[in-house]
Every structure is written in structure tokens, then in C-alpha cells.
Design a protein around this ligand. Structure first.
Ligand code: HEC
Ligand code: HEC
Length: 196
């Protein structure tokens, strides 16, 4: 019994020492932020910014015309507006109406996994601010989205046949389907890496 106590004691000392080194290195803000990001993403799937889609009905029905946006890209009240029966029949100019059963399943999945409920810090950024006054809410109208994309010239988006619209996240974000949006995996078609 004694040796294990001694061992535990020296382990604790070693950990304390490591902690002190960590603090010393963490002095610089940038470094600290990176360490924090690594930790909050967890070790199972490093690099995820938002939780990947995990509902087959949603993936199929809402991924038919564009990528199935991760629920963590919009707050719950925005998803609720989008999933209202009337809104689905006039869905950004398209008819995306669903049977009552499917609609209910998908609305439930979106509500339970909306941005403000996610453990991912990137999702929290999407939950802040107005996602579009009057019209149907958009991910691309959120304050966070606009802040991250305002420097990209229209000729690379609307004027780019391989992109067409900011709504096509996966045209530029190579990891979009897995919920990876960080700047290291952005390639704008016809432009290449984005260095700002
Ligand atoms: C029939 C085709 C179709 C289906 C099915 C469809 N959508 Fe869409 N969706 C569109 C179109 C078209 C747009 C507008 C894209 C644009 O502006 O470039 C859009 C836009 C969106 C946007 C806004 C994207 C942005 O600009 O931020 C969201 C959110 C969205 N759809 C969610 C859904 C959900 C949830 C479902 C399933 C219930 C769904 N869509 C099914 C055609 C569809
Ligand atoms: C025309 C190409 C393009 C499209 C389409 C696009 N993005 Fe981006 N996105 C970029 C670029 C370029 C950046 C900036 C990278 C940088 O400089 O940090 C960016 C940045 C981001 C960031 C911040 C990344 C970080 O590391 O801070 C997020 C989150 C993001 N985009 C999500 C989306 C989502 C969600 C969609 C679809 C609704 C989308 N983007 C559509 C090009 C695009």
C-alpha cells in the first residue's frame, strides 16, 4: 500500500509541474485559444466544428436539393420557422413539403440538436443574432456567417458556376459534410486556397 501512495504522490507532483509549464506556455492568447479549440472538439473526431448529421430521414429528405445542413448551424426558433408546413411549401422558392410524419420526425431532430443546445463552440456562434428579418431564416444571414464571408468577392460565389450561392457550403468547405468548416479545408473552385 505504501509504495502506491508514494507513486501517487510523485505522479501528482509531476502533473503539477506539467500544469505549471502549460500555464507558462499559455501566456500568449493565440496559443491558449488553440489549446482550447483542441479540447472542445474532443478526441474522437478532431476538427469537427459542428456535430455531423445523425438522422437518416433528415439526411435523405433535406439533403435532396442541397447538403443536409447540420442542425447546429441555426438556432431552434429558426428551424421551427423553416419546418412550419406553410414554410415548407414555399421553401426559398421551392416546394419542400413533407408528410406529417416525416415533418414531425425531422422537426424534432432539428429542435433537439439546434445551435444553442450544441456542445460545440462554433455552433454557439451561429446561435447569436438575427438569421433574417421577415423572410425565412438563413444560415447565410446570421451575423457570424456574414462576418466570416464578407471579404469573398461575388465573382467567386454568384458569378462562379461551380459555387452559385453561399448556401452551397460544400462547394468550398471540403469537410462540410462531416461538419468541418475550419479555414484549413477551404478551397474555392477556380481560386484555390483562401489566404486572408
Ligand atoms: C426541393 C428542393 C429542396 C428540398 C427538398 C429542401 N430544400 Fe432547403 N433549400 C432549397 C433551395 C432552392 C434553397 C435556397 C438556396 C439558395 O439560396 O441558394 C434552400 C435553402 C435552405 C436553407 C437556407 C440556406 C442558407 O442560405 O442559409 C435551409 C436552412 C434549408 N434549405 C433547410 C432545408 C431543410 C431543413 C429541408 C428539409 C425539410 C430542406 N431544406 C429541403 C431547396 C430545397
Ligand atoms: C464561396 C466559398 C464558400 C462558401 C460557399 C461557404 N464558405 Fe464558409 N468560408 C469560406 C472562406 C473563404 C472562409 C474564410 C476562411 C478564413 O479566412 O478564415 C470561410 C469561413 C467559414 C467559417 C469560419 C471558419 C474558421 O475557421 O473560422 C465557417 C464556420 C464557415 N465558413 C461555414 C460555412 C457554412 C456553414 C457555409 C454554408 C452555409 C459556408 N461556410 C459557405 C468560403 C465559403
Amino acid at each position: 500500500m505504501k509504495p502506491s501512495i508514494v507513486l501517487a504522490g510523485s505522479l501528482a507532483t509531476a502533473l503539477l509541474a506539467l500544469g505549471a509549464v502549460g500555464l507558462a506556455l499559455g501566456d500568449d492568447d493565440d496559443h491558449d485559444e488553440h489549446r482550447h479549440e483542441h479540447r472542445s472538439r474532443g478526441w474522437v473526431a478532431p476538427g469537427e466544428d459542428v456535430q455531423p448529421v445523425a438522422n437518416a430521414t433528415y439526411a435523405e429528405e433535406c439533403g435532396a436539393c442541397h447538403m443536409a445542413y447540420q442542425p447546429g448551424l441555426l438556432p431552434g426558433d429558426a428551424w421551427q420557422q423553416i419546418m412550419a408546413p406553410d414554410a415548407l411549401t414555399d421553401h426559398y422558392g421551392d416546394d419542400a413539403s413533407l408528410s406529417p410524419d416525416l415533418r414531425q420526425e425531422i422537426a424534432g431532430y432539428l429542435a433537439a440538436n439546434a445551435a444553442e443546445l450544441s456542445g460545440k463552440s462554433r455552433s454557439h456562434a451561429f446561435s447569436v443574432g438575427d438569421a433574417g428579418a421577415g423572410a425565412l431564416p438563413r444560415i447565410t444571414a446570421t451575423r457570424y456567417f456574414r462576418n466570416e464571408h464578407h471579404e469573398i468577392p461575388a465573382k467567386l460565389v454568384k458569378g462562379n458556376p461551380d459555387v452559385g450561392s453561399f448556401s452551397n457550403c460544400n462547394a468550398c468547405h471540403q469537410g462540410a459534410a462531416e461538419g468541418v468548416y475550419n479555414e484549413h479545408r477551404v478551397r474555392i473552385p477556380g481560386h484555390g486556397r483562401w489566404d486572408d
